[in-house]
Unconditional design. Structure first.
Length: 249
C-alpha cells in the first residue's frame, strides 16, 4: 500500500514539475516559442519572451519579412511589395545607384597584376572585378590593347564627332564581339607615341552594347606609364540615348 501511495505521489509531483517548466504563460521566458503567444516577426516586440525580437528570433528564420531582398532577380524576396531597386533595402546596391546623366572617367594601372577591367554599369575599374564590359592588357611596344568582356559587343564610330556631341548609339550598324582572330577595339584608339612619353589618343568614339542590353560610348583620353583613362557614358535608362553633360567640375 505504501509503495502504491509513493508511486502516485511521485507521478503527481512530476506532473507539477512539467507544468512549472512550460505553463503556457506569455511571461514564461523559458519557452523558446510559447505556444499561446508565438513570435510575430515585424512588430518590434519580443512576443514569445525569449529575449530576442522579430528577425533576431530564430523562430523568424524562415519568415518572408525577414528574408533579404536580392536586388537584381525580379522577385519580391522579402514580401514587402517592392521588387529589386524599388525596395529600400537595395538603395546602396551597385545596380540600383541612380547615376546622373554626366560623363565620367575610369582609370586603371597596367602595373597591377592581371587584365585591368572596367564596368560601365556601376562605374568601377580594377583587376578583380567579377563583372566587366571591357579591359586593358599591356603592350609596351604597340600600345595597350582593349578587349571586350563576354556578352559585350562594340562598334568603332571614328573620330569625326566629339564625345559630347555624340547623342545616340547607332542601331543600323554591326556590333561585334571579340574573336579568336583579334579584338574589335584593340589599339585602334592610339595614333603613335610611347609608354614612357605618353600615347597619343586619336579621339575615336566606341559604342558598346552591354550585357544588360544598354548602350554606352567611350573614348580613351589618357595613356602614359601604364596608366590608362577612358571617358565614358552609359544610358542610365537602358536605351540608345547617349546625350550627357560634361564631367563635373
Amino acid at each position: 500500500m505504501k509503495t502504491k501511495l509513493f508511486t502516485i505521489s511521485l507521478a503527481f509531483a512530476f506532473s507539477l514539475f512539467l507544468v512549472a517548466c512550460d505553463d503556457g504563460s506569455t511571461s514564461n521566458t523559458n519557452n523558446v516559442n510559447n505556444n499561446t503567444n508565438p513570435e510575430i516577426c515585424d512588430n518590434a516586440i519580443d512576443d514569445d519572451g525569449d529575449g530576442t525580437t522579430d528577425c533576431a528570433d530564430t523562430d523568424c528564420a524562415t519568415a518572408l519579412e525577414c528574408s533579404l531582398e536580392i536586388c537584381d532577380n525580379g522577385i519580391d524576396d522579402n514580401g514587402d511589395g517592392a521588387v529589386d531597386c524599388d525596395d529600400s533595402d537595395c538603395v546602396a546596391a551597385p545596380n540600383c545607384v541612380a547615376f546622373p546623366r554626366e560623363a565620367f572617367e575610369l582609370t586603371i594601372s597596367l602595373h597591377d597584376p592581371g587584365t585591368q577591367k572596367m564596368n560601365l554599369r556601376d562605374r568601377t575599374a580594377g583587376g578583380t572585378l567579377e563583372s566587366c564590359d571591357f579591359g586593358f592588357i599591356d603592350d609596351e611596344v604597340n600600345g595597350p590593347r582593349i578587349l571586350l568582356c563576354p556578352d559585350t559587343t562594340a562598334y568603332n564610330g571614328g573620330n569625326e564627332v566629339a564625345f559630347l556631341d555624340v547623342t545616340t548609339a547607332p542601331t543600323d550598324v554591326t556590333y561585334e564581339a571579340d574573336g579568336t582572330d583579334g579584338y574589335v577595339i584593340d589599339n585602334t584608339w592610339l595614333d603613335g607615341g610611347t609608354c614612357a612619353e605618353g600615347w597619343t589618343c586619336n579621339g575615336n568614339i566606341y559604342f558598346l552594347h552591354l550585357s544588360d542590353g544598354s548602350y554606352a560610348k567611350l573614348e580613351v583620353v589618357f595613356g602614359m606609364g601604364g596608366t590608362m583613362t577612358v571617358l565614358a557614358f552609359r544610358d542610365i535608362d537602358g536605351a540608345t540615348n547617349l546625350t550627357c553633360d560634361p564631367l563635373p567640375e
